[in-house]
Design a protein around this ligand. Structure first.
Ligand code: KG4
Ligand code: ZN
Length: 350
């Protein structure tokens, strides 16, 4: 079964072709970062307009590169939420129109389920059940995963998402949007001994997160370091390092706690922040001590992409799930509302 997947929930246009027998046949991504950078964040209307311009040409490009025609496609999957409503509408409308024209089924996919299943695209992928840490620009969640659509929320951020905290800290340091990769780069030159930032909520029981206190602490430190309004480059590096270390330590503590609570030895990490090299290394080190294993997607599939949507859609379409003729998008959509699919129906996990 060959599925075309479209991702347009935020500021990335992603398109991919996933075949349940042969795996990923092609993918392409257009990032709108250059469009939004001057505003310091994503401007929803500009995002929608650019998806209108980019999505269809990307579909044509991916199909041409994979050497496939409309007749080869068995279904179209698209991100139906959560995300920016206008941006979601562009992908949903195009996906439904293509599916209707080609006489194949269409299916709206949950963006976070896409992230959660992205590690399944790797040769070495996890087996159910596992605990998933989803860390993106909009979400920080720990989820128990017993199968596709069998999700139990274990904890989540009470305020900012981890990615959002990275983006805000980056702004304080005068770095462009999205800030995560820029903080990571500066942190490499930072002295880890200079500051000791608070590790939010690690001493409290439970699996929820909170990053707003850390944000305030970062802002206060930035202000204290300024001389005549200017921040020296080494100060920026040291603050970036202290901030990153605090986020990483917090996420690691909560992941270990979640695995212990659930009696599981497999952790999956996905979403934009899971591209962070320091986080990957620390989680691997911490979990190795407990003989637990961590899986994550290839860095290009950590941030938003079409492959994860094509994959998630393929599993659900293969299991017989299809949407009606309306074009539903759900800017807010709790992942626990998703229907389960029969594990035996899954493909591409040989
Ligand atoms: O999953 P994603 O691409 O989009 C959402 O669904 O939100 O995640 C984007 C987030 C941004 O906040 C970005 O700053 C963060 O992921 N991010 C990183 C890194 N790469 C992306 N954060 C920390 N370190 C990175 N290397
Ligand atoms: Zn995302």
């Amino acid at each position: 079964m060959l599925i075309l997947g479209l991702e347009t929930s935020c500021d990335e246009t992603g398109v991919a072709l996933y075949d349940t027998g042969r795996g990923l046949l092609g993918h392409a991504l257009f990032s709108q970062v250059d469009i939004h950078v001057e505003y310091g964040g994503v401007v929803p209307e500009l995002a929608s307009r650019d998806h209108v311009r980019k999505t269809l040409p990307l579909v044509e490009q991916v199909m041409a590169e994979a050497g496939c025609t409309a007749a080869d496609i068995d279904g179209v999957a698209y991100t139906a939420g959560p995300g920016l409503v206008g941006a979601l509408m562009v992908g949903a409308t195009l996906a439904r129109a293509l599916a209707w024209g080609w006489g194949v089924p269409a299916l709206g996919v949950h963006h976070m389920e896409g992230h959660l299943l992205a590690p399944m695209l790797e040769d070495e992928h996890p087996e159910f059940p596992f605990v998933a840490l989803l860390v993106s620009g909009g979400h920080t969640q720990l989820v128990r995963v017993d199968g596709i659509g069998q999700y139990r929320m274990l904890g989540e951020s009470l305020d900012d998402a981890a990615g959002e905290a990275f983006d805000k800290a980056a702004k304080m340091l005068g770095l462009p949007y999205p800030g995560g990769p820029h903080i990571a780069r500066l942190a490499e030159q930072g002295n880890p001994q200079r500051f000791d930032f608070p590790r939010p909520m690690v001493n409290r029981p439970g699996l929820d997160f909170s990053f707003s206190g850390l944000k305030t602490y970062t802002l206060n430190t930035v202000e204290e370091c300024r001389v005549n309004g200017e921040l020296a480059q080494q100060d920026r590096c040291d603050i970036a390092r202290a901030f990153e270390d605090a986020v990483v330590a917090t996420l690691v503590v909560k992941c270990r706690r979640a695995l212990r609570q659930e009696g599981l030895k497999t952790l999956v990490m996905a979403g934009g922040v899971s591209a962070n090299a320091n986080l990957r290394a620390e989680l691997k080190r911490a979990l190795a001590k407990e003989r637990a294993q961590v899986f994550y997607p290839a860095p290009m599939f950590c941030t938003d992409n079409g492959a994860m949507i094509a994959y998630a859609g393929a599993q659900r379409l293969l299991a017989g799930q299809v949407d009606g003729d309306e074009v539903p998008v759900r800017p807010r959509w709790p992942m626990e509302e998703l229907p389960p699919i029969d594990d035996g129906a899954m493909a591409g996990r040989a």
